[in-house]
Design a protein around this ligand. Structure first.
Ligand SMILES: Nc1ncnc2c1ncn2[C@@H]1O[C@H](COP(=O)(O)OP(=O)(O)OP(=O)(O)O)[C@@H](O)[C@H]1O
Ligand SMILES: Nc1ccn([C@@H]2O[C@H](COP(=O)(O)O)[C@@H](O)[C@H]2O)c(=O)n1
Length: 233
């Protein structure tokens, strides 16, 4: 009789990218994925979408138990096509809404709840495992250390606080540079109580974009990936 062996699960080549707010994780990772023809996963979008969902459901986001309860009705969808980035909650397109400063202001409170993190980490791992392209670039705060600590490429993308504040305030037209900078600092302070994304963990390569333009930063990330692929044969 023929023996049936289980098929090994074929995981994509995972590039894990972490870093502080405004360091370029999302824009640089998306562009790197486009150039490689790989998938792209923005994990911060899930925390933002949950914060949006909780606020839309009139949940007090400072109350951890209420936030955990809101996970029950959190129908979250995100694709990994770097050309078709869109975020949906319960069929509503929230791609732009989750970038509003009102959501940014409450997202850290939602992200610090352990049950929320445990739930979303499983969601991220399932999305990564389901990726059909050869590789996927996954960005966030704890990808190199918690979500995918075994990824063959792990990068800490950073830039000076001054540079990150300037880049973010250029993006947010109609908001004062002071308020935008203060929000970025406050968020990093709150988030770094939960995860260390300021210091590279062992085996993680730092890419500092303070003195690099956007294209040079994408190239620096692609160079780290190519070196790892060469080493892996
Ligand atoms: N090397 C660079 N030179 C100039 N601008 C850059 C560079 N890298 C990123 N940017 C710009 O900086 C801004 C912030 O980048 P992005 O939104 O990708 O950061 P992020 O790390 O994902 O931020 P957050 O964690 O707050 O979502 C964007 O406008 C992006 O185009
Ligand atoms: N892996 C992650 C990613 C994000 N967060 C939290 O979500 C917030 C929004 O992230 P952005 O990258 O979209 O700015 C961020 O401030 C963290 O609170 C996280 O905890 N872990």
């Amino acid at each position: 009789m023929m023996q049936h062996r289980p098929h090994p699960i074929a995981y994509p080549f995972v590039v894990a990218v972490d870093g502080p707010a405004g360091s370029g994780k999302s824009s640089v990772s998306k562009e790197a994925a486009r150039r490689l023809g790989w998938g792209f996963l923005d994990t911060g979008a899930a925390y933002r979408a949950l914060a949006w969902h909780a606020a839309a459901s009139r949940v007090d986001t400072e109350d951890a138990a209420s936030v955990v309860a809101s996970l029950g009705s959190f129908d979250y969808r995100i694709g990994t096509d770097p050309y078709g980035y869109a975020v949906h909650v319960g069929g509503v397109d929230v791609t732009d809404a989750i970038r509003e400063p009102s959501v940014t202001a409450i997202v850290s409170a939602v992200a610090r709840v352990p049950e929320v993190r445990a739930h979303l980490i499983e969601v991220f791992r399932a999305i990564i495992a389901a990726e059909k392209r050869e590789g996927i670039v996954v960005e966030g705060r704890d990808i190199t250390t918690v979500v995918a600590p075994d990824a063959p490429v792990r990068i800490l993308l950073t830039a000076s606080e001054e540079t990150r504040m300037a880049r973010r305030s250029k993006e947010l037209v109609g908001h004062s540079a002071e308020a935008t900078g203060a929000q970025l600092q406050a968020r990093d302070r709150a988030d770094s109580k939960v995860v260390d994304f300021m210091n590279a963990a062992e085996g993680v390569t730092t890419v500092d974009s303070t003195d690099l333009d956007f294209d040079q930063t994408v190239q620096a990330v692609l160079d780290v990936i190519r070196d790892a692929q060469v080493r892996a044969g």
